[in-house]
Design a binder for this molecule. Structure first.
Ligand code: ATP
Ligand code: MG
Length: 329
């Protein structure tokens, strides 16, 4: 199994690209492009577990690809594609399901979270999600998987499924490695409780207009133990202060001011909003030059490249499993 080292990651189309996506994973999408043959897909199949009609998220899909390019994913160096452009991934999911013990999927914690988030639509796709994710990664023979910490358990499961497949048949796939951003733990949402998530109303956007970012930051839940500005704050347990660590080199100075009641929560949020707006200004600038036509081109060429790789993998997979080659009329 020699050949180019490949990195792969995916993102669902369930809302706007946010700071958690960027710090948790996006930074590494950009960094790994220099070292790896890189693949990023917009996970439209995965999105169907939440939104059953893909037409309902076509506009969001364009937005997402624009955001990816805006943050620095370069379509010349990274293959950007829609997951459904390679339907063979669905066949691979089915074949992987045959070597995946039910108990492995039952213990995945995100399933329980999704059941809580969308109790009205607990579908089998949601349950099978980690197996599809394994197929996404190994169909391009991914070696590195840049994702946020919330996805670590899924990547571990992918590794187990890969080992099981390789042992059952023959070593077709490399075992992918998790790539985390060590500086960013799971980023909390503006509610200060849940993980920042596109599908929850708790995000701070990355390429949203400055006024939207201001509004999102000003809505953040702050230090619950502090009622008045004149009381000392508790930066360790304050979500706004956690964001200072991401956006200010001299965050300790602000934490100190907060502890000494020399800066209030409102002012901290105002400063933070302006810093975020400034930091992401180049992304907004790059995004403003993108058109839908350009995105169509990117997705078409990405689909072609991803399809070719996935096709090669499936020839090997079908042979390993003992199935005949694809029928061609
Ligand atoms: P959804 O609510 O639909 O699950 P999401 O915001 O969790 O959306 P995903 O598309 O599931 O985003 O994940 C895209 C990438 O962003 C993944 O690599 C994931 O690990 C990472 N990520 C998502 N949220 C966070 C977060 N709050 N902190 C760090 N990384 C995150
Ligand atoms: Mg998620």
């Amino acid at each position: 199994m020699t050949g180019p080292k490949r990195s792969l990651s995916g993102i669902r189309v369930t809302g706007r690209f946010h700071i958690g996506n960027y710090l948790g994973a996006g930074i590494n999408y950009v960094r790994l492009q220099d070292e790896y043959e890189s693949y990023i897909f917009v996970a439209d199949y995965h999105t169907l577990t939440t939104k059953p009609n893909a037409r309902d998220f076509t506009d969001d899909l364009y937005d997402m690809v624009m955001d990816l390019i805006a943050i620095g994913v370069d379509p010349e160096r990274t293959v950007i594609y829609r997951q459904s452009a390679i339907p063979m991934v669905a066949e691979l999911t089915l074949l992987l399901a045959m070597v995946t013990p039910l108990s492995w999927v039952q213990r995945v914690p995100t399933f329980k979270e999704k059941v809580r988030d969308q109790p009205e639509n607990v579908n089998l796709g949601l349950f099978e999600y980690p197996v599809l994710q394994a197929a996404d990664i190994i169909i391009v023979k991914g070696n590195a998987v840049p994702v946020g910490r919330d996805q670590a358990a899924h990547v571990e499961l992918t590794r187990e499924i890969t080992r099981r497949f390789n042992r059952t048949y023959r070593p077709v796939f490399p075992e992918p490695q998790l790539v985390l951003n060590p500086d960013a733990p799971i980023v909390k949402g503006t509610d200060g409780k849940a993980k920042m998530s596109k599908s929850l109303n708790n995000i701070v956007g990355v390429t949203d207009p400055p006024d939207v970012i201001r509004k999102q930051v000003m809505s953040m839940v702050t230090d619950v133990k502090r009622t008045y500005k004149t009381q000392p704050g508790h930066p360790r347990s304050c979500n706004v202060c956690a964001f200072y660590k991401f956006f200010f080199d001299d965050w300790e100075h602000y934490w100190d001011l907060c502890r000494k009641a020399q800066i209030g929560c409102y002012d901290k949020k105002k400063l933070l909003a302006e810093r975020i707006i400034e930091r992401f200004a180049p992304f907004r600038e790059r995004r403003s030059g993108l058109t839908r036509e350009r995105i169509d081109q990117v997705l078409e060429s990405g689909a072609e490249r991803a399809h070719a790789i996935a096709g090669q993998t499936m020839v090997e997979v079908r042979d390993a499993v003992g199935l005949p080659p694809y029928f061609r009329a």
